[in-house]
Structure formats: C-alpha cells, structure tokens
Design a protein around this ligand. Structure first.
Ligand SMILES: [Zn+2]
Length: 494
C-alpha cells in the first residue's frame, strides 16, 4: 500500500508526502530525467535546484553492457551518484518512438528491481492520440496483461520498490476510464498517465484535460498520479489542478538543445531575446549572448524556472488560490485557454474534490464564474428557507424593512441572504465593479433556481438596477412571475 499522505488540497490538486525507500518527497514534484549516456547536470547538483527525486530510463541502461553491469553491481543510485529516490521508466517511450525494444516486460521489471529502483514501471504500450479504436483497445489489452503480470511478479507489500500502474487508451476517454479502473482494481503504489506526449507537442491541451479527468476519476484518491512527459512549467498549474502529483522533465534539456528558453507562460527562442526576463542564478550572472552560446546555461535556466513554477503551484495550493493561478497561466496561449474552458465543463466534478472552505477568491475573468465555489453555492441554494414576502435585489435601498426576507444579488453567486453579507464565500470574494455577462448569467440562473425551489412558498419581489437591463434571463424571470402568479417583477429605473 502506498505511503502517501495528503496535507493540503485545492481543486483536485494536493500537496502530499510520498514515502520511498530513499526517504520522503513532497508532491507535486518534478523529476528531472537523467540520461545515463549523457549526464549534463550531475544528480548531486540537481538538489540545488530543488529536485527531491529523479527519473531515468532502465531500458537505456539495460541495453548498454557496461552501464548494465555497473548498475547490477553497484545499484542505480551509485551509478547516477545520488541518494535521492529514483523512478525508472521501462522503455515504453523507445518502444513508441523507435519500435525496437528487445526486452520482455518480466525481464525489464526484474532488472529495475535488481538495480534498486524506487519506482518500477511495467512495459506498457503507448498508443498515439487519435489512433483507431481497435488499435487503442488492442494495445490497452496488452498493457493490462502486462500490469497483471507486473503485480504478480512484484506482489504488494513484499518489497521496498514501488510499482506504477500505467493508464493508456489513446484519446478515447472511455478506454482511459476503463484502463484506470482496471489498474486501480489490481492496486498499484502509484499511477501514471502515459501516451500524451504527442498531445503536448501539438498543444492539444483541451484533449489532455479530458484524458486526465477520465483517468483521475477512476483512480484511488489516496495514490499519487504521474503525468508522463509533461515537463513544461506552463502546464503545471493546469495539470496539478486536475490531480496530477508527479511530473518528469526532459524538457529542460531538450528545449535547451533547440535553443529555447522556458518561462512559466511558454517558450521563447533565445535568439529573439533582447534581455533575460528572469532572475535565476544563471540569468542574473550571464548575458543573453552567453546564453545563446551555451546549451548548458540554457538548460540550467530552464531547470530553475521549472522548479520555481512548481513552488508557485504548491504555494497556491496551500493558500487556496490554485484556480487563480490556473486562470492566469492559461491566458498565455489560446490552446491553454481552450483547456481552461474545458475544465469548466467538469466544474461539478471538481467541486466534489475541492475543499469546502478556503480563502475568499478573486474574480479574474468569465471562467471564474464556473469555479467550484460558485457551483457549490448553487448546489446549496436549497438550504435557504423563505416564507411570506421576499425581496431579491441587486442593490440595497432604504425602506426594505417591510419584507420578511431580503436577498442581495452578487455575481456570479446570485441571491444570498443579506445576513450573510460578510461571510464566506459570497460576502468575502472580490469581484470587479465592471462585471462580465457570464457572471451575471450565472447569478440570474441562481435567482431562477431560488424562485423555482420556493414556488408557492412566498411572495417574491425581484428588483434590479439598470446595469442589468436587457439581460435575456430577466425575461425568463418575468415568465416565472406569470407562471407563479405570486411573484412581482418590479423594475427600478434610475
Ligand atoms: Zn533564468
């Protein structure tokens, strides 16, 4: 059973403590990828950046005789020169990329165990996005058989090495769900979502959201989830918000090789930079010209910014502002904005994971109208009991004492009893004065909901100021007035 303790939660994201044979690490965590053939930044040095765990490819070590022999003799930690926990990948990526893996699932698992990997990964079959269904299903069946074999070879609770259950299924969300469900039934120490690298490369982030959600909702809540191949810092807020805990980064080195400079909002060509917009140890001590000339400096900057972003994500979980961070990051790219839009489709699900009380939120854009707090508020409108005469108003005015109940309307929440004016979340959340239509729409939908719930129980007056004029839902509300007879639609023009 996994030793994973969740300490803070926000949206579906969490800060956790994962126990490995080489000590505890804090999640969400980014695992730099170490290629034992070309070590550019030494494992010991990676600690300075903030690395707590590494990932390497067991197949690359296995394939090369001298590396294999040394790893078997001294162990993977000694080979890489670190005492940090190490996760080993099995060669699935090579299988996907070069189709030349000459090792069986059992063999590579046994090898990972013998070299002392902290997290072993079975040899799953990644299926490319948008493959045909038959292919995706066929590959998934093989992956599931290999997971079964892996669990038999490495029974739970019998060894120090952890075992990861990989989720595949291409872009078919039902296959992803099935894959996750069956992996969860077998029971793994952690789970890994694979086969998404081509989606990341093509910036198909909305589809990535679908895949993560389909997987996550079928995986155990108390196990960490690794998102394979998502090493770009601009994705961390989004992926963590959806419940991913572990990431690997080869990106820092790959982008550097390609003369690309990572930022938490995207990628820049180093050749196009006039100045370095970063204050990491590399950028503070070197010029643009020096970074243009040195892949190592560029890789080092990329790594600093990668760890910085993960710390920012963690801080926002701790303070309950992950949605705001996600919204800000997703504004950097149209394809990330598509992903944010897609997340709002899952607001009801996310609301179930989200902690019920946190700090007041800031309304940043119309996406904020679909935050879990707003969904939760709408779900709880049935807690308000009303009778006799009720005023629902967008503005407080004198002379309202004659009503038995007064509800104020605050976008995007909608109606709330005036007594709750100072309380969380409605009273305390900060909303801009110039509010957008989406927030008004959600607010008025909740007015309609309140009216429908209390049909026949009270006499309602709905009063709105002229900033609401022309909203199509006002007509809907007036329709209910006619239907319900006891609602009086009263328009104050001023
Ligand atoms: Zn920098």
């Amino acid at each position: 059973m996994t030793n994973f303790e969740i300490q803070h939660k926000d949206l579906m994201g969490r800060i956790g403590k994962l126990c490995t044979a080489h000590g505890y690490i804090e999640t969400p965590a980014i695992l730099p990828v170490i290629n034992p053939n070309i070590i550019s930044i030494e494992a010991a040095e990676l600690k300075h950046y903030g690395a707590e765990m590494l990932i390497t490819n067991a197949y690359i070590i296995y394939r090369k005789q001298d590396l294999r022999e040394e790893a078997l003799k001294t162990g993977i930690h000694s080979l890489l020169g670190t005492d940090m926990p190490i996760m080993t990948d099995s060669g699935s990526y090579q299988l996907y990329e070069y189709k030349d893996v000459e090792v069986s699932n059992a063999k590579i698992l046994e090898f990972q165990q013998r070299i002392g990997s902290d997290v072993c990964v079975p040899l799953d079959i990644p299926t490319a996005p948008y493959s045909n269904r038959e292919r995706a299903k066929g590959d998934l069946d093989v992956t599931l058989n290999r997971l079964r074999e892996a669990r038999n070879l490495m029974p739970a609770n019998e060894q120090a090495n952890m075992l990861a259950g990989v989720v595949q299924g291409s872009t078919f969300t039902d296959l992803r769900a099935d894959s996750a469900r069956q992996a969860a039934e077998l029971g793994f120490d952690l789970y890994a979502i694979g086969g998404v690298v081509p989606l990341l490369e093509s910036h198909d982030f909305a589809r990535l959201v679908d895949i993560i959600i389909a997987s996550k909702r079928n995986l155990p809540l108390n196990a960490p989830v690794h998102l394979f191949g998502a090493g770009h810092p601009m994705l961390f807020a989004l992926a963590v918000a959806l419940g991913c805990d572990l990431f690997d980064s080869a990106a820092y080195a790959l982008f550097a090789k390609d003369k690309r400079y990572l930022t938490n909002e995207g990628t820049k060509k180093i050749g196009n930079l006039r100045a370095l917009p970063c204050s990491c140890p590399v950028c503070s001590a070197h010029s643009v010209a020096e970074l243009k000339e040195s892949k190592d400096l560029l890789a080092s900057h990329n790594l600093w910014v990668t760890f910085e972003e993960m710390r920012t994500v963690k801080q926002s979980i701790a303070e309950g502002s992950l949605w705001e961070l996600c919204e800000r990051r997703c504004r950097a790219y149209p394809s990330l904005l598509d992903a944010l839009e897609r997340i709002t489709n899952y607001s009801t699900l996310i609301e179930k994971y989200d902690t019920a009380t946190k700090r007041p939120f800031f309304y940043l854009s119309h996406y904020s109208a679909h935050r879990p707090e707003v969904v939760r508020y709408s779900n709880r409108l049935n807690r308000f009991y009303v009778s006799h005469s009720v005023l629902i108003t967008t503005k407080e005015e004198p002379g309202e004492e004659k009503f038995d109940h007064i509800f104020l309307v605050k976008p995007p929440f909608g109606p709330y009893p005036v007594e709750l004016k100072e309380t969380y979340p409605v009273g305390q959340s900060e909303i801009p004065v110039t509010i957008d239509d989406e927030a008004r729409t959600v607010a008025l939908q909740n007015v309609v909901k309140l009216l429908m719930m209390n049909k026949g129980k009270a006499k309602f007056v709905f009063r709105y100021d002229n900033s609401w004029e022309g909203h199509p839902l006002l007509e809907e509300i007036s329709k209910h007035v006619e239907l319900m007879e006891n609602i009086d639609l009263h328009n104050l023009h001023r």
